[in-house]
Design a protein around this ligand. Sequence first.
Ligand code: IPM
Ligand code: MN
Length: 344
Amino acid sequence: MSGKTRKIAVMPGDLAGQEVTPEAVKVLQAAGLPYEFQEFEVGAGPLLRGEPAMSEQTFREAASADAILFGAIGDPRVPDVGYSAQVLLRIRFELDLYVNLRPARLFHDRLSPIRAESKRAVDLIVVRENTEGLYVGAGGRIRRGSKDEVAIQEDVNTYRGVTRILEHAFTLGRQKVCMVDKSNAMNHAGGLWQDCWASLQARHPDVETRHLYVDAAAMELVRDPSQFQVIVTGNLFGDILSDLTAALVGGMGVAPSANINPETGSGLFEPIHGSAPSIAGNGLVNPVGAIMTASMMVGHLGEVEQAQRIAGAVEAAVIAGECTRDLGGSLSTSEAGDAIVKRL
Ligand code: IPM
Ligand code: MN
């Protein structure tokens, strides 16, 4: 261990985020990591008081931390769901966190929805482009509110952005990489992805490469997810497919993610689940996604053994049934966190 104290900006955000993030912090503290936590209020709380969902000062301080540990964003009391852009998307874009890593690994057979036993063993990672595509907010609405209204949402793809995410997929050291796009229908954007992919493939003759259109990828993921190791794709397809891959390993409650810039070292770490308004506030939400997310943060900060120790404790607790109801256990959110701490 380096022993250097790291500053972690903690942003629980809304609803379920408020319940799972303290569990992740609890595990990190119990593991004895040299982290100093600073908590920031973002999301519906400040917004409903008439303040920005994330203040400028919060953004600046969080940006200067060694990493950001994030919960979730979304609250039914806020009618404009677009405020996620002021928080989550702003951090992703302004810190240029262009790699969104979304691993999915099956801890136990009972968590798989796949009937054929031989196809259940999921251990894959979705590499999602995180700063471009349909998420940039380019476009507009004209003749708003009329029957002649037109809405345009631009899909922005740059040579630099596509190349760097495809390159990243090859740095993960896995044998098989599958690129997913929709170049048969979206010819301009898809054409750029295809061109960049062709040159990347040529540079990695040792890796088994494959291309799928996103509709076929969704179908193949359900039919036989064990065939995939790395799926690299654009922002929206990565968002959608990573909910699907989460469902293959136990549901939204278990899936972690890392938003990183490998060059600057900046990182935002968030479970892929949202704020779960329908179940939040009752100790029912699963802290596994948040704790696995914390493990990814620890690995990103250089403590690879500690990251594995935390992931191992999570896996052991889930296998033993010491978990929340969505995974077949009977524990509350904080009891599930405690069970993981005990297994560190
Ligand atoms: C996610 C979320 C976000 C996204 C939303 C809240 C904007 O679904 O992190 O997957 O689409 O990226
Ligand atoms: Mn999502």
